[in-house]
Write a protein that binds this ligand. Structure first.
Ligand code: NAD
Length: 484
């Protein structure tokens, strides 16, 4: 990503999306293809004045939108979901190009995004807004739900569409307006779905997109006095910065932050049938996945058998260009992420750990590729276990008893997800209660469901997305006392 001023940029140009039209403020910012490292598109850098314009349009549009019938809002969202499916091929190609994720994964992100849009359209329609409280027959109390107002949706590069839709769809469905700020490395899919929302009948101003760097465009959105809620998915460091800044005007916050998720493989686990799912969850999206398994705690009695089988499977993952068929891991999204992963693995090596890596295929002479990596013999209490590793790297760690593994797993400052494998459901449930995580999977890993809450404890975040809780998050409760 880089800025270019003055000259006409090469490649595709997409504007930001404000009040129902594409706009082209200057300067331009390049978007690079992670597989070639070459710029292939440009978007505008929106400064504070453009952010102000977007928020002002959203404030205006919200006034009418909040008074529309809920079934109308539902119908618009369902049309949006239909258009996402109609344009799935183009959208997934664009998503794959800007993120570096393999085509099949990009296509399933588009499917998931359409499914979530449908879910939120329906769930918001069922939102119960009025609770008459019994009491004096001439006095009644109503508790109503109102949309919170203008919502800033700030999203990361790893899942640009599915993270966006968990904010935009419920917020729009309950009558809010949304100003989206996609990550500077992956803005194209967000602008494209904004155009589809307009085509679906969403009135101008309700879904604005401002493009630009986080510290400029994102910060202007966070500071704007007319933004009432910030729904942010991204790193814990930026989440903390947003929390500090949002305090000055007491904005509502939903924060979906980082993780270093543990998996516990107990002595009595029938672990072999689960190995493919463990590998998939550890190396998904080339490891750029907040819910991914980073630390595998393996019962010492299983260690000798587990380590070689897990490592062999990890080493057989195929790395290649996102366009190639049968590729498991594409490149990382940008150079900074690659450098950070390289630094973390080199610190593990310096600390005396054993590193297993498959060599990268010789044809990959450019691009931000990193090979699947398995690390063993890391010294106990290494600070690396407390860091998020946003790349295809896992730690295998032996444990002797349940108390020890719970203490080790919970030592992390994060608390997003955890995974337990055991032959005994009571052990599984005990561990699920003891592990500090927003979601725990026992003996199976499937896609997180739209109707189940999603989010983290500790430094993994605040609040929950998805489910009815993720819809209610965009509403304010108002109490109305009546006497008659
Ligand atoms: P990031 O924090 O660097 O950026 C996220 C977004 O914040 C981008 O749009 C960026 O432009 C913006 N931003 C940066 N500085 C800002 C500022 N000062 N003010 C306002 N906005 C600012 O994160 P990333 O590197 O794009 O994404 C990876 C991170 O996201 C990882 O830590 C990952 O765990 C996390 N993540 C969490 C979840 C979840 O559900 N918990 C899901 C996906 C990703």
């Amino acid at each position: 990503m880089g800025h270019s001023t003055g000259e006409e940029p090469l490649g595709e140009r997409l504007g930001c999306w404000i009040d129902g039209a594409e706009r082209f403020p200057q300067p331009w910012m390049a978007v690079c293809d992670p597989a070639s490292e070459e710029p292939f598109a440009h978007v505008p850098v929106c400064d504070a004045s453009w952010v102000h314009r977007a928020v002002a349009g959203a404030v205006h549009a919200h006034k009418a939108w909040q008074k529309t019938a809920p079934h109308h809002r539902r119908d618009v969202l369902r049309s949006w979901a239909r258009l996402l499916r109609t344009h799935k091929d183009d959208l997934s190609n664009l998503l794959s190009r800007e993120t570096g994720k393999v085509r099949s994964a990009a296509a399933s992100e588009v499917d998931n995004t359409a499914q979530l849009t449908d879910y939120f359209a329906e769930e918001a329609y069922r939102l119960s807004g009025v609770l008459p409280l019994l009491g004096d027959p001439q006095r009644h109390t109503l508790v109503v739900r109102e949309p919170v107002g203008v919502v800033a949706a700030i999203t990361p590069f790893n899942y640009p569409l599915s993270t966006l839709i968990c904010k935009a769809a419920p917020a729009l469905a309950v009558g809010c307006a949304v100003v989206a700020k996609p990550d500077e490395h992956t803005p194209l899919s967000t602008v494209t779905v904004a155009k589809l929302a307009a085509e679906a009948g969403l009135p101008p101003g309700l879904f604005q997109v401002v493009t630009g760097p986080g510290p400029l465009t994102g910060a202007a959105l966070v500071d704007h006095p007319d933004v009432r809620c910030i729904s942010f998915t991204g790193s814990t460091d930026v989440g903390k910065e947003i929390q500090r800044r949002a305090a000055s005007s007491v904005k509502r916050l939903i924060l979906e932050l980082g993780g270093t998720c543990p998996a516990v493989i107990c002595e009595d686990a029938d672990w072999r049938p689960h190995l493919p799912a463990m590998i998939a969850q550890a190396y998904k999206n080339s490891g750029q996945y907040c819910y991914r398994i980073t630390r595998l705690y393996v019962a010492r009695s299983l260690w000798e058998a587990f380590v070689p089988e897990f490592t062999e499977r990890a080493m057989s993952l195929r790395v290649g260009s996102p366009e190639e068929p049968d590729v498991d891991l594409g490149p990382l999204n940008h150079r900074d992420i690659l450098r950070r992963v390289e630094d973390q693995v080199s610190r593990a090596r310096q600390a005396g750990a054993t590193i297993r890596q498959a060599p990268l295929p010789g044809r990959l002479t450019r691009g931000f590729y990193y090979p699947p990596t398995v690390i063993t013999n890391l010294p106990a209490h290494s600070p690396l276990l407390d860091e998020e590793i946003f790349g295809p790297v896992t730690f295998l760690l032996p444990f002797d008893d349940e108390a020890e593994v719970v203490a080790e797993a919970n030592r992390s400052p994060y608390g997003l997800a955890a995974y337990v494998f055991t032959g005994n459901l009571s052990t599984g449930l005990r561990l699920a209660h003891d592990l500090e995580a927003g979601s725990v999977w026992i003996n199976g890993i499937h896609q997180a469901l739209p109707d189940a809450p999603f989010g983290g404890m500790k430094q993994s975040g605040l609040g929950r997305e998805k489910s009815r809780f993720g819809v209610e998050a965009f509403t304010e409760l108002k109490t109305i006392y009546m006497a008659y």
